[in-house]
Design a protein around this ligand. Structure first.
Ligand SMILES: [Zn+2]
Length: 309
């Protein structure tokens, strides 16, 4: 290559990177929305006005990026609040009984839902998702539905599966309310969790009493985990594929539900202290209280980063 040609290549590269920066800043005319258009778009995710105003003020570029995106996950979703003993029985969740939705429960769950819908489409989530897909282990995908048996190599692969499933469900979700049974000793029995997503179906079982008495963002990463089950993703501990020994899947980034739960939990975007989700997983399993207080500094979870408490 001659000197002259080399110079030309460099000049072109510089021009490219400059225009790239301008686009990344969200200043492109083709993408900009007026504030009211932006709000209208964010409302489609189920965010309430307070959360829309908060995220537009505190993360304006990310809010605009989500608002201008054409195919957001969980957009225009219709939620039905249901209480069905038949559905509860079919769920096979242990030690639960029917509960009813009240206004407070509905509001709280709808608010968390909107935050989850924003976060799963947000630039920070997409970036983290794309960083460590190599950790996903195909053996844990056993039992997944349709294309969700495949390891996504990036966020777009994951989004395609989720959008397909959402389309099949006509953008509807049924939320079933339960509470824990009281045992013969008068104590509350354990059902093993306050949210359960039905595999490959747009239905989530929720304990709204527990959820609404907790800090607003506390259960949001779990709800996202459960939604990935409804997209068809499993976390099979598949001992057969591991010489008869169960594979550890809980809070390990080798499966999609825990992968997304960890990304959005405390420490999930803390690249300084945890250079990988594997490191964060070790930290969680060591039960070391270093992650506390959960919402301080670098360990602030993605929900609190975007929406505050
Ligand atoms: Zn799960």
């Amino acid at each position: 290559m001659t000197q002259a040609k080399k110079g030309l290549t460099l000049a072109v590269l510089v021009a490219f990177s400059l225009s790239g920066c301008a686009n990344a800043g969200g200043k492109s005319d083709t993408q900009a929305l007026t504030p009211s258009q932006e709000k209208a778009s964010l409302r489609k995710l189920g965010l309430d006005e307070a959360d829309i105003n908060y995220v537009m003020a505190h993360a304006p570029q990310d809010a605009m990026a989500v608002a201008t995106h054409k195919h957001n996950l969980l957009q225009d979703t219709h939620l039905t609040f249901d209480s069905s003993s038949k559905e509860l029985k079919a769920s096979k969740i242990p030690n639960i009984q029917l509960d009813k939705w009240n206004k407070k429960y509905k509001q709280q769950v709808a608010k968390i839902w909107g935050r989850v819908a924003f976060v799963v489409n947000s630039p920070r989530f997409v970036k983290q998702f794309n960083q460590e897909t190599a950790d996903l282990d195909v053996r844990t995908f056993k039992g997944g539905i349709d294309e969700a048996v495949n390891v996504p190599s990036n966020y777009d692969d994951f989004a395609k599966v989720a959008l397909n499933r959402q389309g099949l469900a006509h953008n509807t979700y049924k939320l079933e309310a339960f509470s824990n049974k009281i045992g013969a000793d008068g104590k509350e029995m354990s059902s093993g969790g306050n949210a359960w997503g039905e595999m490959g179906h747009p239905e989530v079982f929720l304990n709204p009493g527990e959820i609404s008495s907790a800090r607003l963002n506390k259960n949001a990463p779990l709800l996202l985990h459960e939604l990935t089950h409804t997209f068809g993703y499993a976390h099979d501990n598949n001992p057969k594929a591991n010489n008869g020994k169960a594979i550890q899947v809980v809070y390990v980034p080798n499966n999609v539900p825990y992968y997304v739960q960890m990304i959005t939990s405390s420490g999930g975007t803390n690249d300084k202290d945890f250079d990988s989700l594997q490191q964060l997983s070790k930290q969680i399993h060591s039960k070391n209280p270093m992650l506390l207080p959960v919402n301080s500094g670098l360990n602030t979870d993605l929900f609190t980063q975007y929406f505050g408490q």
